[in-house]
Ligand binder design. Structure first.
Ligand code: AMP
Ligand code: MG
Length: 391
C-alpha cells in the first residue's frame, strides 16, 4: 500500500497531453487556454475621462470657465482647452488636448448658460491615462488556465475572437456490479441504483472534459474487459467504478491486466478510497475507483481531476487553503490519510458534517468541501487550522 502523496505523484507524472483546437470566444467558457492571448491595442486607447464632468486645466480650477464643446462617448474632441475654457465631457470619452483635469458634474455650479465653476476640492484628476490598463503587444492571458467569463471579456477587448484551447480529454465511464440497476428502475431484492455513473459524468463535465457512459458491466472478467476495451478505444481515460476491492467479485484489476495495461498501484493509504487502482498503456489511462459513492466522488476530485487538468495543460496548482476547525475532531485509527466532508459555519470555520462513511451519499450535498486529515493524526483541537478543498 502506498501513500496518497506517492499515488498522486505517480498519477500526475503519467499524464499525456491532448491536442489543440481553435474555438470562438462564445464557446470558450471552461476550456483550457493553450496559447497566450496578446493585445492588439492600448486600453484605454486615449486619455479617458472617468466621470461625467468638465475637462479643464488644473490651474483654472478656481476660475469661472467657458464651455467650448460637448464630448460624448464615441466622439473625438475637436477643440483644444485653453486658459479660461473647458469642455463638457462624458464618462469614457477622450480628454481634449490642453486639459489635465476633469471635475465632476456633481461638483459644478452653472453660473449662466455656458459658464461653469468647480465647487469641490481639487484631488484626483479623474483621467485614466492611455494604455494604463493594457498596452499593444502585451500578453493579457497566459496559457494553462481554464477560461472564465472575466477572461472572455479581456479576449473581446483585444479582438481575440478565436482562441487556441486544448482539446477536451475524452473520458469513458463504466459501472460494475451485479446489484446495480439504472436510476429509472425501482430496485427489487438485492438491487441498488447506479449513482456513480451519473455522479462521475457530471464531475467530468464540470472538469471541462467530455464523458461517455458505457453502462453497467456484470461482475465477471469478460463483461468488464469487453466494456473496458470499447471505452479505451474511444477515449483517453476510462473510469471504472466498483469491483476494485478484494472481494470474490472484484475483477477490475484482472480485466486491466488482461488488456495488457500496466497497473501502477491498487491500494492507497487513504480514506475513503483505499482500493483506488491506476493503470496505463500508450496514451491511455484507467482509474479503478472504489464503488462506494463517496469514495468514487472523492477519488475523482483528488486524483482524476488533477490528471485531467494536466492533460489539458492546466498547470495551476491546487492552492493550500486552510480554515480553523469548528469543533474537536478525533478518529480511532490513523494509519490512512482521511478526507472528511464539512460545512462552513457563519464564522468561516470548518464543521464536519454528519458522515457515516463512504456509502453515506447524502452527506455530500450538505458539504462545502473536504478536510484533509494527515496520516498519523487522530486528534485535532477546535480552532486548529486544517487543510481543506472545496467540492
Ligand atoms: P465494490 O467496490 O464493487 O465492492 O462496491 C462497494 C459498494 O459500493 C457496494 O455496496 C456497491 O453496491 C456500491 N456500488 C458499487 N458501484 C456502485 C454504483 N455504480 N452506484 C452506487 N453504488 C455502487
Ligand atoms: Mg461490486
Amino acid at each position: 500500500m502506498i501513500t496518497f502523496e506517492e499515488a498522486y505523484k505517480i498519477v500526475t507524472e503519467a499524464v499525456f497531453h491532448t491536442g489543440r483546437e481553435q474555438v470562438k470566444i462564445s464557446e470558450a467558457l471552461g476550456r483550457a487556454l493553450a496559447a497566450p492571448v496578446r493585445s492588439d491595442m492600448d486600453m484605454p486607447p486615449w486619455d479617458k475621462s472617468a466621470v461625467d464632468g468638465y475637462a479643464c486645466r488644473h490651474e483654472d480650477l478656481g476660475s469661472e470657465l467657458t464651455v467650448i464643446e460637448t464630448i460624448a462617448a464615441g466622439v473625438f474632441p475637436e477643440k483644444e482647452v485653453t486658459q479660461g475654457t473647458c469642455s463638457r465631457i462624458m464618462t469614457g470619452a477622450a480628454v481634449p488636448d490642453g486639459a489635465d483635469y476633469v471635475f465632476m458634474i456633481e461638483e459644478t455650479e452653472e453660473k449662466e448658460r455656458g459658464r461653469v465653476r468647480f465647487t469641490g476640492k481639487p484631488g484626483n484628476t479623474n483621467i485614466a491615462k492611455a494604455a494604463e490598463d493594457l498596452y499593444s503587444g502585451q500578453t493579457v492571458l497566459k496559457s494553462g488556465q481554464y477560461i472564465r467569463p472575466q477572461d472572455i471579456a479581456v479576449m473581446a477587448v483585444v479582438g481575440a475572437t478565436e482562441v487556441t484551447v486544448s482539446c477536451r480529454p475524452k473520458v469513458g465511464v463504466i459501472s460494475t456490479g451485479n446489484e446495480l440497476v439504472e436510476p429509472d428502475v425501482k430496485p427489487v431484492k438485492a438491487q441498488i441504483r447506479n449513482s456513480n455513473a451519473y455522479q462521475l459524468m457530471s464531475q467530468i463535465d464540470r472538469a471541462g472534459s467530455t464523458g461517455t457512459y458505457y453502462g453497467i458491466a456484470r461482475d465477471d472478467e469478460d463483461s468488464i474487459a469487453t466494456l473496458m476495451k470499447k471505452a479505451l478505444k474511444e477515449n483517453d481515460v476510462v473510469l471504472v467504478s466498483g469491483g476494485v476491492s478484494f472481494g470474490d467479485y472484484d475483477l477490475v484489476q484482472k480485466a486491466m491486466r488482461s488488456l495488457d495495461m500496466k497497473v501502477h498501484f491498487d491500494q492507497v493509504a487513504m480514506q475513503p478510497g483505499k482500493p483506488l487502482t491506476f493503470c496505463t498503456a500508450e496514451r491511455k489511462a484507467v482509474f479503478g475507483l472504489p464503488g462506494n459513492p463517496v469514495s468514487t466522488f472523492v477519488q475523482f476530485e483528488i486524483m482524476v481531476r488533477p490528471f485531467l487538468d494536466r492533460m489539458a495543460g492546466v498547470t495551476v496548482e491546487e492552492i493550500d487553503l486552510t480554515l480553523p476547525l469548528a469543533t474537536d475532531y478525533s478518529r480511532k485509527r490513523a494509519e490512512r490519510m482521511a478526507w472528511i466532508p464539512f460545512t462552513l459555519t457563519p464564522k468561516g470555520e470548518a464543521l464536519p458534517v454528519d458522515y457515516h462513511g463512504s456509502a453515506h451519499i447524502n452527506a455530500l450535498p450538505g458539504a462545502w468541501g473536504l478536510i484533509a486529515i494527515p496520516r498519523g493524526q487522530s486528534w485535532i483541537q477546535k480552532g486548529e487550522m486544517v487543510n481543506v478543498r472545496q467540492i
